[in-house]
Design a binder for this molecule. Sequence first.
Ligand code: FES
Length: 106
Amino acid sequence: MSEQKKRKIAVCHGPKCGAQFAEEITREMEMAFGQRPDVEVTKCGCLSSCSLANNIMIDDQVIISRNTPRNAVANIEKALAGDIYGAGGGVEVDPFNLEDDKFLGI
Ligand code: FES
């Protein structure tokens, strides 16, 4: 039996993200995904995208930006489903509209 590769959700706890919602977002991630056997929720250091905080890295490859405790779970559900990157297409956002409750993937 082959072991399924886990999806990795790494919540940035660098200086900027940590000063904003990192703890709250980590709690939201653990509540939403922590029981799933195919997902690992971790913390990480600065992802060098501080101006787009709060940031979350998926599978050590993709950064999902502008997360808040309110939108982070929905953003990451979309990212894990491939709705942002690759064959799943994406969601358009205005990166300069801070009221946009979607997300910016970079
Ligand atoms: S502190 Fe999170 S990207 Fe720099």
